[in-house]
Design a protein. Structure first.
Length: 239
């Protein structure tokens, strides 16, 4: 069975400092795979390199295709999308306009784009209510929903989420992870980078622990959650 995403010996350096060192990662279609680890471990760098935003060495193979020669837009066209940590919304634009920008690579198929927009509004009713509101006026949770909705406008097969719970209240965090799980049920595979290790492992199928740029542990999400070393470091105690 061909993996949906396979990262082999990935290396990313900032000057003489190697932020990601020989990382390997595999995920199958229909999975949620999470990468957890401390601040500065290289999690965001890993996603940036996979998305084509950062120069890297190694291989990123998506759906059997080596992405080395494909730029960011070409990767998005193939259904390979990133929701960045800072969400990168256009604050002065309305919610609807931010969403339409997510469909840029499909902009010539007006009927299809309209259908995608309606699907996003159905999934995120609050965005429908605020469709004419400027993005910078939204709450933190609403901005995260808008970032997710904008990514879904590209009709992704693989969605990479960088710290989707960052800065959100606990109640909103639970809602965001519920939405993430529902996306898997809708056929979107998800690579989830998250500091909230407990919520990530409760949602994911498989997990990797990234420390100082290298993978130190990996296994099913349930096995990692039950590992005393992982629990002591990332879950607030042992199990």
């Amino acid at each position: 069975m061909t993996a949906l995403l396979e990262i082999q010996d990935l290396r990313v350096a900032y000057g003489k400092v190697e932020a990601v060192r020989g990382v390997g990662l595999t995920m199958q279609s229909g999975q949620i795979v999470t990468v957890i680890g401390p601040n500065g471990a290289g999690k965001t760098t890993l996603l940036g390199a996979a998305a084509g935003l950062l120069h890297s060495r190694g291989r990123v193979v998506y759906d059997g295709v080596d992405l080395e020669r494909l730029d960011v837009e070409e990767r998005v066209e193939r259904g390979f999308c990133l929701v960045p940590e800072r969400r990168e919304l256009f604050g002065e634009l309305a919610v609807a306009d931010n969403l339409l920008l997510g469909a840029y690579t499909r902009r010539h198929n007006v009927t299809d784009v309209k259908q995608s927009l309606q699907e996003v509004y159905t999934r995120f009713p609050r965005l429908a209510e605020r469709r004419r509101q400027k993005a910078h006026t939204l709450s933190g949770g609403e901005r995260q929903m808008l970032a997710l909705g904008r990514a879904l406008m590209a009709r992704p097969r693989l969605l990479m989420l960088d710290e989707p719970s960052l800065g959100l209240a606990p109640l909103i965090v639970r809602e965001i992870f519920r939405i993430v799980a529902s996306l898997r049920d809708a056929g979107v595979s998800i690579l989830l980078v998250e500091q909230n290790a407990r919520a990530a492992l409760e949602t994911a199928d498989y997990g990797y622990v990234l420390e100082m740029g290298a993978i130190t542990y990996q296994g099913s999400a349930a096995a990692l959650a039950g590992d005393p070393r992982v629990a002591a470091t990332y879950l607030g105690g042992s199990t």
